[in-house]
Design a protein around this ligand. Sequence first.
Ligand code: BEZ
Length: 191
Amino acid sequence: MPANTIEHNRSRFNFDGIEAIWLFGYGSLIYKVDFPFLEQRPAAIRGWARRFWQGSHDHRGTPEAPGRVVTLIEQPDAVCKGVAYRVSPNVFEYLDVREKNGYLRFSTTMTFDDGSHAEGLVYIATEDNEAFLGEAPEADIARQIALATGPSGPNSEYLLRLADSLRQLGDDCSHTFAIEACLRAEERLPR
Ligand code: BEZ
């Protein structure tokens, strides 16, 4: 799978006749909402865990010093909390470009806070994409994030904003919070 997924995503779904579709966000889509939406709700998906295992050489790093951003890894007992947006299909023309570095759109079932469900889409960077970095000790991930910066800003800002957003959502993401703690210790940031 090439790192640039724009064309692949365009051919994956036929949105003909569809006025709106749910999109589940678990990473930067939680706090960087630079696209129009019809409705926004806290939601969760089951069987997937958030991991900083995807490389970023276009947003939060460079080809020489890639940063690390989140993707989802299958884990049967996991629950990943995030935010669901009901969007017009043309929003994907923008998001497919914004998230072109290895992310494909997949169908998913999301659960809202009131227990109701909806089908929708989620962007996932699978391990066969060229920018996938995979598992590493959380302290090493924090060190890589501390050193990386790219056109969208420092990788540390991505991590800290995501960690704050997850606290507000009530997602006890031990992986994200462990990396955040290592980064704060390394950079002598207040907790
Ligand atoms: C998200 O926040 O859902 C997201 C994360 C990475 C790439 C695309 C979307």
